[in-house]
Design a protein around this ligand. Structure first.
Ligand SMILES: *[C@@H]1O[C@H](CO)[C@@H](O)[C@H](O)[C@H]1NC(C)=O
Ligand SMILES: *[C@@H]1O[C@H](CO)[C@@H](O)[C@H](O)[C@H]1NC(C)=O
Ligand SMILES: *[C@@H]1O[C@H](CO)[C@@H](O)[C@H](O)[C@H]1NC(C)=O
Ligand SMILES: *[C@@H]1O[C@H](CO)[C@@H](O)[C@H](O)[C@H]1NC(C)=O
Ligand SMILES: *[C@@H]1O[C@H](CO)[C@@H](O)[C@H](O)[C@H]1NC(C)=O
Ligand SMILES: *[C@@H]1O[C@H](CO)[C@@H](O)[C@H](O)[C@H]1NC(C)=O
Ligand SMILES: *[C@@H]1O[C@H](CO)[C@@H](O)[C@H](O)[C@H]1NC(C)=O
Length: 487
């Protein structure tokens, strides 16, 4: 072997060891001397071929078949003399290469599953969903925990949900789910289209309703469009999620989550279509995201901490909510939540905290800052008597609320500017208001004055309208916290 060859081989080996993902540059040509063991390498190579051809490889049906053509034999130098080989280019797995049709009619679920299975084995790989195709995909789970980290889901095309009841027989919890992954990114200019209208209609309507067939079996249960469970380092960016049967985007038991430059859209009249739902998740950042939907734009549930939401647009919808916490006498813990630089228009509530009677635990260190409201029914709400039926049993215990700051909440309302209804046994404490200026949209809308019940804290500046019902200082006879309440 010449010195040159040895050097090249050494360099190649080093690159392979360092990057250990894609070998686009040299692998094919070098194949004679060194063969990669990973079963996914043939798929990676196939993809590369498809890409470099400028178009998508539609033929061949099913990349998982064993009929991949052999690597092009050539007597080129195994290492490019100039520049670095493309060894660091991540492996790409195009769903079209796995047999997806993308015609909006054919069920492409299997192709998506196969593309994922291949990508799962390669660290930093990419599943590619090309633009200008419409993929019909049924309920699907992109699941770790044995996947390599940092997989990218490049979504440029449209993924549409089935509207036939039989396609949902596997479950109604989610439509597209990612679970138990370390480093997962969904990005691109594509759309996740839930075609939810079949789920929104009443069973009695003329419209062909999926509920007619499903509601008897599982009333109230409708799939979340995109759900992440038990994952670390999750990013969602660029995409649009629309018309979900119910919640659009959900994070449960996740850590280090980033959502930005995302659009969420469904009609204001669609029932329970939350924008983003957070539960048992921490270190969450949501920004530069527009949400219009039929329920909370963002809903923050128990177990969430270190959540930062900024530069978002919300409306129509029900605003940004923490809770309902403490349902069915459960303990809730929420802390360190910041919501700032938000526009809300035509929402029912603006920034809201709601708890059920009978809960325990606490929600604290919450800051709502620079919230611009237009035509919002009730911009500022704390409701410790939250109840989704006509009446709920009166109970004494409550999720304790403290350390809640409202700063620069300005704009117009249509029903009531401020509503603070706190628990008798566990009054709200350390509620502060600075720069609150809320005006009725039109004089005739000026129906209610600010309301407070058992609400303690401080007004740092005069408010518009004056909020005289806030009690200064701390509640008397501070309740002794039991173990049950400590978070
Ligand atoms: C690396 O990939 C790019 C685009 O895929 C290609 O234009 C270029 O020639 C490749 N470079 C080498 C050294 O293979
Ligand atoms: C988080 O994910 C990004 C993008 O996938 C990746 O570059 C980064 O290394 C990950 N960080 C950790 C700590 O895993
Ligand atoms: C936002 O996403 C769109 C694709 O939906 C993309 O074209 C645009 O460049 C992104 N903007 C930023 C600032 O990332
Ligand atoms: C959100 O809406 C604003 C104003 O309409 C627009 O400038 C911005 O680009 C939108 N952002 C996204 C992510 O679509
Ligand atoms: C406000 O939202 C409701 C519900 O989506 C809608 O019917 C109404 O037209 C909207 N009003 C304005 C002024 O946008
Ligand atoms: C609160 O959350 C932010 C992220 O939103 C984080 O940077 C900060 O360290 C957290 N503060 C505490 C006291 O945990
Ligand atoms: C709960 O208490 C309130 C206020 O004391 C009272 O108006 C209401 O009727 C009670 N509700 C029930 C279900 O007992």
């Amino acid at each position: 072997m010449s010195v040159y060859r040895l050097k090249c081989f050494g360099l190649l080996l080093l690159l392979v060891l360092l990057v250990c993902s894609s070998l686009d540059g040299c692998e094919g040509r070098k194949g004679k001397h060194w063969r990669r063991k990973s079963p996914s390498s043939s798929l990676a190579r196939k993809k590369t071929r498809g890409k470099s051809g400028g178009g998508h490889n539609h033929g061949g049906g099913g990349g998982s078949g064993g009929h991949t053509s052999p690597p092009p034999s050539s007597n080129q130098s195994p290492c490019p003399v100039t520049g670095s080989p493309n060894a660091s280019k991540p492996a790409m797995f195009d769903v079209l290469d796995f047999g997806a049709k993308g015609d909006g009619v054919t069920d492409d679920t299997k192709a998506f599953e196969d593309a994922w299975a291949a990508a799962c084995k390669v660290e930093g790989s990419t599943v590619f969903v090309p633009a200008e195709f419409e993929f019909l995909v049924g309920p699907i789970s992109f699941s770790g925990p044995y996947c390599q980290p940092n997989i990218v889901f490049q979504l440029d095309g449209m993924v549409i949900a089935p509207t036939d009841a039989k396609d949902w027989s596997v479950g109604l919890l989610w439509w597209i789910e990612f679970t138990k992954l370390r480093g997962i990114t969904i990005r691109g200019s594509g759309t996740i289209e839930g075609r939810g209208s079949v789920w929104w209609t009443n069973t009695n309507s003329d419209v062909d309703s999926i509920n007619d067939e499903l509601s008897l079996r599982t009333p109230q249960m409708k799939p979340t469009a995109l759900r992440f469970y038990g994952s670390y380092n999750v990013t969602v960016t660029g995409i649009t999620i629309q018309n979900s049967p119910q919640c659009h985007l959900k994070f449960d038991n996740c850590e280090a989550v980033q959502v930005f430059n995302v659009t969420i859209a469904s009609p204001g009249s669609s029932p329970n279509t939350d924008g983003i739902h957070l539960q048992n998740s921490r270190d969450v950042m949501i920004h530069h995201t527009n949400m219009s939907c039929g329920d909370d734009c963002v809903s923050i549930q128990t177990g969430c901490s270190n959540v930062n939401i900024h530069s978002v647009d919300c409306g129509p919808g029900h605003g940004i909510s923490i809770g309902g916490l403490g349902r069915d006498n459960t303990k809730a813990c929420v802390s360190n939540i910041t919501v700032r630089d938000v526009n809300m228009h035509n929402t029912t509530t603006g920034v809201r905290i709601k708890t059920w009677q009978g809960g325990s635990g606490s929600a604290q260190s919450i800051r709502f800052s620079n919230i611009r409201v237009t035509e919002v029914q009730t911009p500022i709400v704390i409701d410790q008597f939250y109840c989704d039926k006509s009446s709920c049993k009166n109970q004494t215990s409550a999720v304790a609320l403290s350390g809640i700051a409202y700063e620069n909440i300005k704009g117009t309302y249509t029903v009531k500017p401020v509503h603070f209804a706190c628990s008798d046994t566990s009054p709200c404490s350390d509620i502060s208001l600075t720069g609150v200026e809320l005006k009725p949209l039109q004089e005739q809308y000026h129906m209610y004055q600010p309301f407070c019940w058992q609400t303690f804290g401080e007004l740092y500046t005069p408010t518009i309208p004056p909020i005289v019902c806030l009690q200064n200082g701390k509640p008397a006879g501070n309740r002794i916290l039991s173990d049950r309440d400590v978070c």
